[in-house]
Write a protein that binds this ligand. Structure first.
Ligand code: ZN
Length: 375
């Protein structure tokens, strides 16, 4: 049996020879960093063998709680990603699977390759509503793409920002972006038509192209966690944030969402900016209203489970949401989706999935539509 990960987004290390009943693997660390959790590999030659795949360093990963009640995803055609029974014994992640074909891919979550990102940009670019900008280059020399949609409202139009995948292993964030763009480019959709008459959209679907291609969990090519440098980004080590911030300064921000995935919590939730120094009543009220509206519109979204809120005045503004909320005085938020599933409506065959991520994005636009006039 052969195991490989030398492809776009791949990550695994083979620890030694062994038959299908004892395949010993380890996840590689992000380059110049200690973070690891994302894996994506291909296995060949195990047709109808009872495979037992051991990921031996699972307990040393960034979020070992992420392995409890978790099942890996697998695919034969790289289109449909289904869940495979997985155990976590406190040390190792153990995948038990009997492949039905010669070749099978396994991953932490349905992968979103840089090739697919290129297809996303190409398909958006031919739409007359869209401008594509390369706002800068990553350290590996990839474009950092920004998609501008519409010019609604003229000078008074609201400026709406969505960014995703600062943490490259959180691939659900870019699947979510596909759903967002599907809806935002559908000019027969009345919600889209109304939004585009009032707002212009600035979308960075992949903030971390290098980490994505390298198969990282959390950092860029220099080992920088991009969501910890927003207060002081460095053109040499974190150009992704440096250029995103420059564009926000240039264009302005009235509403902002940063899209992520959470390894441990089996829910969709938002995190806000309660710890910023200059928090204002209006931005907080709009954020709470957005949260409540999304919970009403999407059964996949909830407000009971999430992160603890920062105490007032304690934020160091390193996180994107906090920095944007402080700098622009507007509602800003971090959307978290599960790697596992939505425990309020579990779907055992696929778990949380690309399709469900896309649906949530569509509902995020519905919720925005309900409050856009008050931004
Ligand atoms: Zn994240």
């Amino acid at each position: 049996m052969d195991i490989t990960s030398n492809f776009d987004g791949g990550n695994i290390e083979v620890l030694g020879p062994g038959g299908p009943h004892r395949i010993r693997l380890a996840i590689k660390k992000d380059h110049q960093s200690d973070f690891f959790q994302w894996f994506y590999f291909r296995a060949t030659g195990a047709l109808r063998a009872d495979c037992r795949i051991l990921i031996e360093n699972a307990s040393q990963s960034a979020y070992p709680d992420g392995w409890h009640n978790y099942n890996v995803v697998a695919s034969y055609d790289r289109q449909t990603w289904f869940r495979v029974p997985t155990e976590y014994d406190g040390t190792r992640l153990i995948i038990n699977h009997r492949p039905e074909y010669d070749v099978v891919w396994y991953a932490t979550f349905a992968p979103y390759s840089m090739e697919r990102h290129a297809d996303l940009i190409a398909s958006a670019s031919v739409n007359p509503l869209v401008r594509i900008r390369s706002i800068g280059q990553s350290l590996d020399g990839q474009d950092i793409d920004m998609i501008e949609v519409g010019s609604g409202g003229g000078q008074e139009g609201k400026r709406i920002w969505f960014i995703g995948r600062q943490h490259p292993g959180e691939t659900m964030a870019e699947w979510w972006m596909e759903g967002l763009l599907d809806r935002l480019l559908d000019t027969d959709d009345p919600v889209t038509r109304s939004l585009l008459s009032k707002a212009r959209f600035y979308i960075i679907p992949n903030m971390n192209p290098d980490g994505s291609r390298r198969g990282h969990l959390r950092t860029n090519a220099a080992g920088v966690n991009l969501n910890r440098v927003w207060n002081d980004p460095d053109e040499k080590n974190s150009p992704e944030v440096y250029w995103a911030r420059r564009n926000m300064e240039r264009l302005g921000v009235d509403f902002h969402m940063d899209v992520h995935g959470d390894e441990a919590l089996p829910y969709n939730f938002l995190a806000g900016f309660e710890g910023i120094p200059s928090i204002n009543e209006k931005q907080l009220r709009l954020y709470h209203r957005y949260q409540a509206t999304l919970a009403r519109l999407s059964p996949d979204f909830q407000t009971e489970h999430g992160y603890p809120k920062d105490a007032p005045g304690t934020s160091d503004l390193k996180k994107c949401t906090d920095w944007v909320a402080e700098r622009f005085g507007c509602p800003a938020m971090t959307l978290e989706m599960p790697f596992k599933d939505n425990a309020n409506d579990p779907e055992p065959t696929f778990g949380w999935s690309p399709e469900r991520s896309k649906h949530l994005a569509r509902h995020c636009l519905d919720a925005l539509h309900e409050l856009i006039d008050d931004l």
